[in-house]
Structures are given as C-alpha cells and as structure tokens.
Design a protein around this ligand. Structure first.
Ligand code: BDP
Length: 719
C-alpha cells in the first residue's frame, strides 16, 4: 500500500516536472530571467561566495536596486540570500562611493575614471571580510552596477577577482518609439504600442516597470514615447498627465521621457494662426507649453522633431531654417534643462538632387547656428536604414553642432518581424567607419560620443522594435537587437561577438555548444540578409509603402525618390547609382580620403560598389566574375546562408527550451521562403536588363517574374 502511494506520488511529481519543463519560456522575461543556474559546479561556487547583500539608502532608485539584487540572487542561486546591515563574510555591498563603509579604501583612481552614471565593482576585503563592492557616485550608477553584477552571475563569469570600472561613453541613450496615440506602431512588427493611453494615467500596466528594468539593465536612459510623424494631441494637458504617469514609473530606473513635437502644434491645439518660429505668439506658446510639461514632469527630457520631411510641417513652411525652428524649441526648454533632438532626415522630391545628398546640403551650412541644447539626430546612412549603407556624410562635417546617431532597431528593411538578423554588426560597421574629419582614426563613434569635437552633449537613438507581443519584440532574436543597441550606446567598443555571447547566455543557455552555434548564426545573419536582399551596394528596392518583400520594378510613382528604379538605375548597359564626379557627386560630401576610396573602382569595397558606381553587366569584378555573375552569386549565397542557419538551428532541438526552439524554427522557415522570394524576384528582374543567363550551377527560379510582380499585400504590417 505504502509502496503504491510512493509510486503514485513519484509519477505525479514526474508528470508535474515534465509539465513545467515543457511549459517553457514565452520570452516575456527577456534577458532578465534569473532562473536557477543549471551548472551545479558553478552554482556551488557562487553559493560558497555569496552569503548576504547590503544596500545603503532608500531612494526609489536604491529600492529598485535592492529589489533587483534580491530577485536576481534568490532566483539565480535558488536560495534566499538574506539582507544584512553590517559587513559579513561574502557580502555584496551596494553603496555610494562616499559611504562610511568605504572610508578605509582608496577609490580615487577608479572614481576619476567614471562619470555620474558609471560604477565600480571590486572583489576585496572590508574589515577582514570577503566583500564585493558595487559603488558609484550616484544611485543610478549603483543600479547600473547591480545589473552588471547580476549579468556576471547570469553569464556564469568568475566573481572572485573583480575590478570593473564602467562608465557610459554616450550621454543620451534613447529609444525612439514610433508609436501612435491609437496604439498602432509605425514600422512595428510586434503587436500594438505598449502605451495604453486609454487607461493611463490611472491604470499602470506591469509592463511599464518591466520595460524600465530591461532598459536600465542595458543602460538606456531615455525614451521618446511617440512617433516622429507626430500627433500634436500628446501635448495636451490630458495626455501630459498620462505621460507623467509613465515618467513616474521610469524615474527610479534613470529613464527620462521625451515626446515628439509636431511643429504645427500651436495651430492644431493652441488655436494660433501660424506656427512660424519667429512669431512672438508662437514662441510664447511653446514657452508656456514647456512650463506646463515641466510642472507635471520635472525631469522631462525634451523634444524629438521631424520637420519638413515626408510631409511633416516645419520652419521651412514659413521660409525659416531648421536652425530657426530648433532654436525656438530649445529656448523654451532651456530654463528646465531639456534638449531638442532635431532630425536630419530631410529630403524633398521637388529638389532635383540625389536624395543621398540632401541632408548634408541642408544642414552643413547651419553648423554653429544651433543653441547649445540642440542635437542633430542623423540616421546611420544617407538614405534610410537600408540593410547596408555607407556612413552618413554629415558625421564629421559639423564640428560645432552635436550630432547624434539614429539607428533603427525595428527591422523595417531587414525582414521586419520574421527574419533573424542580428544588428550589432550593422551598428558597429557605422560606428567604426573612419570619417577622416580630423585625420585617420576620426571614427563615427568618436564624432557622436563628442570626443572628437568636444560636443557638450552626445546621444544615440534606436528606433524601437517593442510592442505588445508577449515576448516584446515579435521575433525572439529581436530582443538581441534591443539588447545590442543598449550595450553599444553604453560602450561602442564592445564587439558584436561579446554582446551576442552575453545575450545568448542570458536568453538560452551557458552551454558552450549552444552558445557557439547560436553565435555563429547571429554573426553571419546580417550578411546573409544583405546578400539575399541588396548585395554589392544595391539599396531601396523593397515593396511600395509597406516595404515588405522585394520590388525592384517600382517606378512611375508620384515621388521619384520613393521608387526603386531611381536607386538601382538598371538598364541594358549596366546597374548602379553613379555618385562619383561623373554622376551625382555625392562622394564629394565625404572627406577627401574617404571620397577617394569610394570614387575609385579599385579601392571601393565591393559592398558599396553599386551605391557609388554604375557599371556594365560584364564589368570584371575582383573575384574574376562578371558583375552580373557576382550579383547572382550573392543572391544565391544569401539563401544558402539561411539554409545553413536552419541546419544549425535544427541541431539545437532538445538542447534549448522547446518553446523558444519551435518559435524560432517556424520563423526561420518563413525567412527561407522570403529569402528565396527576394533572390528570385531580384535576379529575374535584373535579368531583363542584363540579358544574361543565371550561371548554370545555380538552381533556377521556380516562378516567373510576372508571378512576383503580381503579388500584393494590402494588409502587410507596420504601416
Ligand atoms: C522611414 C519609414 C517611415 C518613417 C521615416 C522616418 O519608412 O515610416 O517615418 O523613415 O524616419 O524609414 O521619418
């Protein structure tokens, strides 16, 4: 009888265990899972090293750090790690650098290397007891240090010899949500906006705090809540109350809120007849608006503005310059410490000039004309977040105006919600590019961190990929791009590989085999995507308006600069956009050293070839192949890359969480279908000009060009 009961119980527990085991991970917890460490050796070691935690102070930020360290340690170590109030053996100590606990140790050599957001983590002895000190000049520094320390445990790193000194290289590390007030998200592929405007300010979704935790864990310290294609309504009192409620949740986590300012707001919600930035009434309206905002949100970050671009209103509607517009807003925010992030993403189809040149032409002459709380926010490349672009020529060209970076985390042009594309290599490619603006080594990173030209403020923005999907980003690997953006904004010297390594360990497993395989997939994924979409410098050949899928045939639309033929310029002679002296001469916007490389057929890297040159189909490439063959091989290589990814992924079955595995597996199958679609559509289309065969050894497209040209997607997401 007894045995029978024992057997039944065993079976019951086994079933229960397997249920929980297969119930699996829905991705909500992002990289902050804090599951018990599975490697018993590592776990035992930590348990022998960590006995207590002690945190001094009780500001909201310190309380957040306390909550995090408690949650993190208890979860990761699978045991309650108690709080203590005195130094004991094996304590994790969270205190300000001027704490009495630290009065006997000399921190000066560390402190001089960190700013107000930086932190120090040291394994040492205090009063003869083994202690790990997490310290900073400020509470937010302590919170950042706490997240760093937890990351070390999550990623199974040694903690007995720590000497971490870390400080963000860039001041404003900001997400840009392209979220509309009706909760749709422009170019969003992960559901609706997480800002529940209707139920705010009274209803505080638990997501808001988890959002703040996730961002703080990677050092993001600002968020623009609303779309750059702005709605003035967010500046009305009722909405500002809602914004204030969000700001209250984010504040302990060091995150400031910003809003997009619609330039015509004084007319739309202020009842004025004009929005002319030199009109006194208009100026006063913005000043009063700023006062109202700061009354509700004392640490409001400022405004992000898209003006005179793609139909948005702006100062040029009144014959004024971008500087007039930006300075008016800057003046209103100035007394309260706010900034204006004015976007350089401007181009006009009525101007008969290569779109790639227009931002530079507009902004370069305004260098030095902006107030000191204005940053110019520049997209990484001169066109628009394409799978690959050379760096924007404005970087390095405005020594007297702080330029900040705008990256796109949401994958508008890189497979949207279904393609696994790890973006750190794309971000790094831009940041590491040498502008030569002050001689060799004048990288884009050094322009935007302010070090090259002594900018007083510096910033990096990432267009968010976050939505209401349970796992936040739709594709699980979208989380890696959010993560990578934050890590690089903190420290652009981290390599794509290091960042991937951290994220994989926290998301999947610390098992070496798993890490190696997933890392291999991630690190090649962006190049695979470039290959099956826009190899060799091709760009802007995607679907009309929704930008979903290939459509190199787009032409004869109301705006030439939104067509594909404008960019690839394929004809019977060849393909590519001549941006050298014989063409649009966009190369001349770069510093001579760079211009020389991009202009020269010998020196121009293959990856930018058709961005800068129009070349005959039989042009001899460095590989010995003709240009036509090379284009074909790249498209096929891209598809093969996805096939290889699927093979690697399949080998992870039963090695990682089953829900994660299946989720990614299904998406990879979509990615493969779409990669083939891109390849076939583009190769068949360009073949109508090249009139040359697809090389024999390559599989032939199984559908006709007509088939691809007739596909339509009226309900594609993200518009
Ligand atoms: C393009 C998007 C469009 C944005 C625009 C922008 O297609 O939805 O509004 O950029 O950045 O990439 O303003």
């Amino acid at each position: 009888m007894k045995n029978g009961l024992a057997l039944k119980l065993t079976i019951y527990f086994l079933l229960l265990f397997s249920f929980f085991n297969s119930k699996a991970d829905d991705g909500y917890r992002l990289w902050l899972k804090y599951d018990r460490i599975s490697n018993q050796k590592v776990l035992k070691l930590y348990l022998s090293q960590i006995n207590y935690w002690l945190a001094e102070g009780d500001s909201p930020t310190i309380n957040a750090a306390k909550e995090e360290i408690q949650k993190g340690l208890n979860g990761l170590l699978g045991r309650k790690i108690p709080q203590t109030f005195t130094i004991k053996e094996g304590v994790i100590l969270l205190v300000r650098s001027n704490s009495d606990f630290l009065k006997n140790i000399d921190l000066s050599k560390y402190l001089s290397n960190i700013n107000n957001e930086g932190y120090i983590i040291l394994s040492t002895k205090l009063y003869g007891k083994r202690t790990i000190i997490i310290t900073a000049k400020t509470d937010i520094g302590i919170l950042y240090g706490t997240f760093h320390f937890l990351r070390l445990i999550q990623t199974n790193k040694q903690i007995d010899n720590l000497e971490v000194v870390s400080s963000p290289k860039i001041k404003l590390r900001i997400l840009n949500h392209w979220d509309n007030l009706n909760r749709t998200v422009e170019r969003g592929y992960a559901g609706f906006s997480i800002w529940d405007w209707h139920r705010l300010p009274d209803y505080i979704d638990t997501r808001y705090k988890d959002y703040a935790r996730a961002n703080a864990s990677i050092g993001i310290n600002g968020t623009v809540l609303t779309n750059v294609n702005a709605n003035a309504w967010v500046l009305t009192y009722d909405y500002l109350l809602k914004v204030a409620a969000l700001a209250n949740v984010f504040r302990p986590y060091g995150i400031k809120v910003y809003l997009t300012a619609r330039f015509s707001a004084p007319i739309e919600i202020g009842g004025l007849k004009t929005a002319d930035p030199l009109n006194e009434e208009v100026r006063l309206w913005w000043k009063n608006k700023a006062k109202e905002i700061y009354h509700l949100i004392p640490d409001f970050g400022g405004f992000l503005v898209k003006a005179n671009s793609e139909g948005q209103p702006g100062p040029q509607n009144y014959g004024r310059t971008h500087a007039d517009g930006a300075n008016m807003l800057a003046e209103a925010l100035k007394p309260f410490g706010g900034v204006v992030m004015w976007r350089a993403f401007v181009y006009d189809n009525n101007i008969k000039e290569d779109r790639a040149k227009q931002a530079y032409n507009e902004f370069k002459p305004l260098d030095g004309k902006f107030l000191d709380n204005v940053l110019i926010q520049v997209k990484n490349g001169p066109i628009d977040f394409q799978p690959r672009e050379p760096f924007h020529p404005l970087f390095g060209a405005m020594p007297k105006t702080p330029l900040m970076m705008e990256f796109q985390i949401t994958q508008e042009y890189l497979g949207q919600g279904t393609h696994l594309v790890y973006l750190a290599p794309l971000f790094k490619e831009t940041l590491d590019s040498d502008t030569y603006s002050k001689g060799e080594g004048s990288t884009v990173a050094k322009v935007i961190d302010g070090s090259l030209f002594n900018y007083k403020i510096s910033g990096m923005a990432g267009v968010s990929n976050i939505g209401t999907d349970r796992n936040w980003t739709g594709h699980l690997f979208g989380q890696a791009n959010w993560y990578a953006f934050g890590r690089l904004a903190w420290d652009y010297n981290l390599s794509s590989e290091e960042i991937a390594d951290e994220w994989i360990r926290m998301t999947f497993s610390c098992d070496k085999m798993v890490i190696d395989k997933i890392k291999a997939i991630m690190l090649k994924s962006r190049e695979d995507c470039v290959n099956y979409m826009t190899p060799l410098g091709l760009h802007h050949i995607m679907g009309w308006n929704h930008h979903y899928g290939p459509a190199p045939w787009i032409k004869d639309k109301h705006r030439e600069d939104w067509t594909s033929v404008y960019y690839h310029r394929a004809d019977s002679n060849g393909i590519g956009f001549d941006r050298t002296k014989t063409g649009s001469d966009a190369v001349s916007q770069y510093f001579p050293k760079v211009a020389e490389v991009f202009s020269s057929l010998e020196k121009c890297p293959d990856k930018y070839l058709l961005w800068f040159h129009h070349l005959p189909w039989d042009y001899k490439m460095k590989s010995g192949k003709t240009l036509w063959e090379e284009i074909c091989y790249h498209y096929y290589k891209g598809v093969d890359g996805v096939r290889e990814t699927i093979k690697i992924w399949d080998s992870l079955k039963n090695k990682i969480d089953s829900e994660q595995f299946e989720h990614v597996k299904m998406l990879l199958n979509i990615q493969l279908k779409e990669a083939i679609w891109w390849r076939n559509a583009c190769v068949l289309y360009f073949q109508t000009f090249s009139k040359r065969p697809i090389p024999n050894e390559l599989e032939k497209p199984d559908k006709s060009l007509d088939y691809y040209m007739n596909l339509s997607f009226p309900y594609a997401p993200g518009i």
